[in-house]
Each structure stands twice: as C-alpha cells, then as structure tokens.
Design a protein around this ligand. Structure first.
Ligand code: FES
Length: 514
C-alpha cells in the first residue's frame, strides 16, 4: 500500500500501488474538477505533489512541461508515498458566486445526472435560483450508464463507494460554495434532489439490485424527510432533504420534475417532451391529456463524454461550430486555444459535415474524403489510428465519435416513435415540442433536428427549456405544492416499457441512419 498525506491538515489515506491519484483523492473527499473526464486534455486537474508517482504521461508533458513537479491527477498513479498540496480555490469550484442578500433565506437544488451533477442556490425570499456549480458524477468510473452502475453495485463494497463518493462530492461542493458566499450550512432550509431512479437510490444508499432485474421493480418511489447524517449531510443538520418522486425503475424524478414544470408553464396537452442526457426521458401528453412516458439509454456523447476530445462546458470547450466561407468557425468558453468539444459542438460539426457530404447518411466518413476540400483548418487523416477529421490544433473527431452520437440519436428517435405509437398520437397532432437537457444555451435546434434525433412534428413549435430537472428541484424548494403536484402527475403516467419490448431493438437499428 502507498500513503497519501494532504497538506494542509495532514489527513492521510492508504491505497494500493498503481491507484490513480484522482481516484485516491476522491476517496479522501477531495473534489477535483475533471471537465475532460480524465483524458488529459483540459489540464484542470493539475495538482501540486511531492513524492513517488508514475512517470509523466505524454499528455502531462504536453500540458505541464518537464520543469514542474505538478501532476495531472487524472494521469498520475501512486508508486510510493506522496504528499498532495490542496489549494481549495483552484481545485473545487467556480470563482464567482451570485451576490446575495444576507437577510434572505436559502435552499439548494441538485440535479444528479448519470454523467453530470448540477447545483443551484435557491433564494426563498426573492424566488430566484442561481447556478452554483457543476461537475462530473464521480461514479463514472463504475460505468457510463445506469445499467453498468447497477451491475457494479451488485458488489456491496462498490455500492458503498458509489454512495459515499456522490454524497461527499455533492455536500462538500455545496459547503465550499456556501462558505464562499458566507452562508452557514446549517442555515440552508431545504435541499431538493432530482435525478433518475438509479441515481437517487445510489445517492440515498438504497439497494439498486431490483432496478436492474426483471421485472424491474422500484420498491421506493417517494423520497422525503431523510435524516441528514444518515445520508452524509452532517453539515446540514436541520435541513429538510427530499427528492422529486419517481414513477418506476426507469422513470425517475427528473422526468416527473419536467412533467410538473411543463404543467406550471401551461403546456398541458398535445405536447412531446424529451430530456436529453446519458439517460433520455420522454413523455407525450395527447389531446385527451393522457400521459405516456419512456426512458432510453443514449450514452454520454451528448454530455461530452466517451468522445475523443469531449469535455463538459468549461473553459476551453468549443460549444458551437459552423462553416463560414469555407472556414470551420467556432465559439468557445473562455479565451486561448480550444482544448475540447462539448456534445453541442459535436452535433454542430456532424450536422455541417453531413450537409457537405463529408459524412454519409449511414454515419461513415465519405470514402473519397481524402480528396474533398474540408473547411479550413480541418483535414482528414487516415494515417492516424483511428481515422480522424482533425479540426483545430489536435482536436479531432473519429469515426467512433460519430458512431457514439448515432447511438444517442438512434435511441432518441426510436423511443420517440414508440411513444407516439403507444399513445396512438400521430406526429401532426403534437403542437409543442419541448426539449430539455443540461446544455445551457448551447444547443442548436436546427442542427439537432437536422440530425434526426426526433421525428418531424409538422404542426409543432419547438421550445428549448434547459435543465428542467434542476429547475424542477428549484421550484420544489419554493413550495411543497410542487412536490404534491409532482406526486399527482406521477400517478397519471402510463409507462411505455421499451426494455421489455422486443420490437424496440429493430426500431433502434432502423433509426441509426442520419
Ligand atoms: S481531467 Fe485531467 S486533464 Fe482534464
């Protein structure tokens, strides 16, 4: 075993030789932002260390150079005893927080996604919410989707680790953000969570085994009045902690939250809703106000993960791309050269390349790509493995990246067609298409529609609602009525069970082409 000592504080922990520094620090409750998901491209996990670690990787040499002893926590592995210097300001959170009125009363809303976790501060007097922080779900190392997390949780030690990590990361992030705003943790009146059923179960330490086993039963669907110290929230001893109720093993509080929010906004019939994420949630309310809902695994590509140069919407991330006078133009967050692509940029790039014929309808790179004139500075390389279209600097998309986006698109389109069919609702009866997801303002609806993520709705208007799961958790902080309404809507949902339907796979394959 190798030991790590944190400075300041002298907290120590022992880990097997070869443990990734990031995993070890996470286990010790140190939250490190990892916008690129540990690919070694963003440099945000840079950490000051002394002691024995594996040799610097190529990615580290490129970002850090040879001179410094700093390391990238996502690359360095323990090879002996190590001291890690913790600079809270740099490692944990955003640098600016909302201006607050000290006389206000506060709550916190949390969207626990399979890939990303988002927090907002809720001002109970001003009835406003403010973005607080966002980070990748530390459980990702146990698998990208809910099914692999459930499988990993079959081992009780894994389940305990997943629960401890998500609790620690959320409550520690919350505590450091509140400290920066001079709000004492015990003053937080409420914390409301939203998320899919598996994420809520893992957060609250509930057994997930039945969620992944036929007949996919979820024994607990309501989440309220947890004793804070029983769920790792010791810093919030008087806070009421609850979550938006779930429908079933596959339909969680994020879907119910979106449903309730849409009703509050006046969308009550002839609507189609889809929440895009690693897990996609959809519902359809027909003209008779019957509610049908389904969920599907879309993979993490839209959230910038599992793609070669993917990252979350952080400094250095390209969020939009388009072709302008034979040039591949882009918009990014922050200054300096771009370092990675968000899921929305991937959508834009593939949509543009599809229109220009660089990518075929079936998602393959065009065979004569070598001879095609790509927009400057993009170039095709079949000498690299895998074959890539290089975009800016080293940033590239590979054939596999396109395939990963296709998997998300295929699942989304097939699930949408199934739900329309189950509801007996032709697409032209839908009046409002509501699209949700944690993309901020970055999703280009035309490109999204152009790639065929959802069917054509010829008479509908389209609305992008942002992160409805987080907004719903925020609204639930304002009033208990929101949670009561959510439970009422939940009871009206007819679940369209895709996992049990043998025709879904056929429909999914049919839906893969652009
Ligand atoms: S998370 Fe380590 S470089 Fe991006």
């Amino acid at each position: 075993m190798n030991s790590i000592t944190l400075i300041p504080g002298n907290q120590t922990g022992d880990f097997p030789k070869g443990t990734l520094l990031l995993d070890a620090l996470m286990d010790m409750g140190v939250i490190i932002k990892t916008p690129c998901g540990g690919k070694g491209i963003c440099g945000k996990c840079r950490t000051r260390v002394t002691g024995e670690l594996s040799r610097k990787t190529g990615a580290e040499k490129k970002i850090l150079g040879n001179e410094t002893s700093d390391r990238l926590a996502c690359q360095a592995r323990l090879s002996g005893d190590t001291c890690v210097f913790i600079d809270e300001n740099r490692l944990t959170s955003r640098k600016t927080y909302p201006e607050i009125n000290p006389d206000d009363r506060f709550a916190v809303a949390v969207d626990v996604g399979t890939t990303s976790v988002n927090l907002s501060l809720v001002s109970l007097l001003r009835k406003k919410t403010f973005d607080l922080d966002a980070f990748l779900n530390p459980q990702r190392r146990f698998g990208f989707d809910v099914i692999s997390r459930i499988a990993a949780a079959n081992d009780p030690a894994n389940r305990r680790t997943m629960t401890r990590q998500i609790q620690q990361t959320i409550f520690n992030t919350m505590a450091s953000a509140l400290k920066a705003m001079n709000i004492p943790c015990p003053d937080i009146e409420r914390i409301v969570f939203s998320g899919n059923t598996t994420m809520l179960y893992l957060l609250f330490g509930l057994d997930v085994s039945e969620l992944g086993r036929y007949p996919f039963h979820a024994p607990c669907l309501d989440f309220d009045n947890f004793i804070p110290k029983n769920i790792g929230a010791d810093l919030f001893p008087h806070t009421r902690i609850s979550a938006i109720p779930a429908v079933s093993a596959f339909l969680g509080g994020d879907l119910v939250g979106g449903l309730t929010l849409c009703h509050e906004m006046g969308f009550t019939e002839n609507i189609f809703f889809i929440d895009l994420g690693t897990n996609g949630e959809l519902f359809l309310i027909n003209g008779a106000k019957n509610i049908f809902a389904a969920s599907c695994a879309m993979g993490p590509a839209l959230e910038g993960m599992n793609i070669s140069w993917g990252m979350t919407a952080d400094d250095g991330a390209v969020t939009h791309a388009w072709i302008d006078s034979e040039k591949l133009a882009y918009k990014m967050i922050g200054k300096g050269p771009p370092v990675g692509l968000t899921g929305t940029a991937l959508i834009d790039i593939i949509a543009c390349f599809l229109v220009k014929g660089f990518i075929n309808k079936n998602g393959a790179f065009a065979s004569e790509l070598k001879h095609r004139l790509l927009p400057h500075p993009a170039r095709y390389s079949d000498r690299l493995t895998p074959k890539q279209i290089c975009l800016w600097n080293d940033i590239a998309i590979s054939q596999k990246d396109v395939r990963n986006l296709q998997l998300a698109k295929g699942a989304s389109l097939a699930a949408s067609r199934f739900i329309l069919q189950s509801a007996g609702c032709p697409a032209d009866e839908v009046r409002h298409v509501l699209i949700a997801g944690a993309f901020g303002s970055h999703l280009d609806l035309d490109n999204f529609k152009g790639l065929g993520f959802i069917p054509e709705f010829p008479k509908a208007d389209y609305h992008y609602l942002g992160n409805t799961s987080l907004k719903a958790a925020g609204n639930a902080c304002f009033s208990d009525n929101f949670l009561k309404d959510a439970a009422r809507f939940r009871d009206r949902v007819t679940e369209v069970e895709l996992a049990k339907n043998p025709d879904f796979t056929r429909e999914f394959i049919r839906a893969l082409d652009f």
